[in-house]
Design a protein around this ligand. Structure first.
Ligand code: DAK
Length: 260
């Protein structure tokens, strides 16, 4: 399917989804969010895709936030609808069967930082800049930032970021655990591809069930979460890849996973 504000490229088992509104620093308006939601549905249905990389077009921004020009004149019901669209779309990323790697190639502000936080793994370029500047616009973070940021970096750090609206760099994002790794901009996509290939080479069901256990388990109490983990662990024994993985280990050879 063709998208006006997104590029979707599939190469073997890896899909690259690029937010493509470079003139507005890839800011998220409702059309872009709707397209993102549709593209995620498309990817979720495609079992040939094992890993998704999400990035922004150009070398300046991942996503510079929700589209301020669209938001400016919202009434409260329009604001609510917009918030719900963003929240539902970002939640789709967390519930997508395949892992999603954010390749953060520049500004990740407001909704952009929240989008990155919905991904499973965050890689940043050295020039990336982060922040939740909503309070400088008279807004609160509205795409899950008040919830995901404390879960990722702790309540104290999240409060400072959300109360000040201050912008910080990739090294600081790395230091507080907001991103997994930092690379020079010109190697970011190569590194994201390398990581995606490594993950795509593992048993697909085991990877997807691991994602499910992480995503669902972290929102449960510990007893329910470990019980869910046991169910997920048990399910892997219904896959041929489990037999192949364990047999290959005992035969001292590399496993040949077939995704079954
Ligand atoms: N929205 C719309 N356009 C944007 C934009 C944005 N967020 N960010 C940048 N642009 C546009 C600029 O207006 C400019 O357009 P032209 O003037 O060329 O037409 C173009 O992109 C290039 O930007 P600059 O000329 O400003 O570029 P600079 O390098 O000078 O500055 C910057 C880059 C990222 C520092 C600056 O553009 C900037 O501060 N941008 C805004 C960043 C920001 O505040 N982002 C957070 C947005 S608030 C909610 C749901 C969601 C949210 C809140 C509530 N509910 C409904 C519940 C989320 C809110 C946000 O994300």
């Amino acid at each position: 399917m063709e998208y006006a504000n997104l590029l979707l490229e599939k190469n073997g088992s890896i899909a690259v989804l690029t937010l493509n509104r470079p003139k507005a620093l890839n800011a998220l308006n409702s059309d872009t969010l709707s397209e993102l939601s549709t593209a995620l549905d498309e990817l979720g249905r495609d079992s040939s895709v094992k890993v998704v990389i999400l990035t922004g077009s150009g070398d300046k921004a991942f996503v510079a936030g929700a589209d301020i020009s669209q938001m400016k004149d919202f009434n409260s019901m329009e604001g609510r609808r917009f918030g719900q669209l963003g929240q539902a779309t970002f939640r789709k990323i967390e519930l997508l069967p395949q892992p999603v790697i954010a390749a953060i190639n520049g500004f990740a502000l407001g909704g952009g930082c929240e989008l990155a936080m919905s991904c499973d793994i965050r890689l940043a370029s050295e020039n990336a800049k982060f922040g939740q500047p909503e309070v400088t616009l008279g807004l609160t973070a509205g795409f899950g930032g008040t919830q995901r940021l404390p879960r990722l970096v702790g309540t104290g750090r999240a409060s400072e970021i959300l109360f000040t609206g201050d912008i910080f760099d990739a090294q600081e994002a790395y230091r507080i655990g907001l991103v997994n790794r930092v690379y020079p901009l010109d190697t970011l996509m190569e590194e994201a591809q390398k990581l995606a290939k490594r993950i795509a080479g593992r048993a697909p069901a085991a990877v997807q069930l691991s994602k499910s256990a992480i995503q669902r388990g972290t929102n449960m109490d510990l007893d329910s979460a470990v019980a869910y983990e046991a169910e997920v662990f048990g399910l892997t024994f219904s896959t041929q890849d489990q037999t192949e993985g364990c047999t290959a280990f005992l035969e001292k050879r590399k496993p040949a996973f077939e995704g079954r």
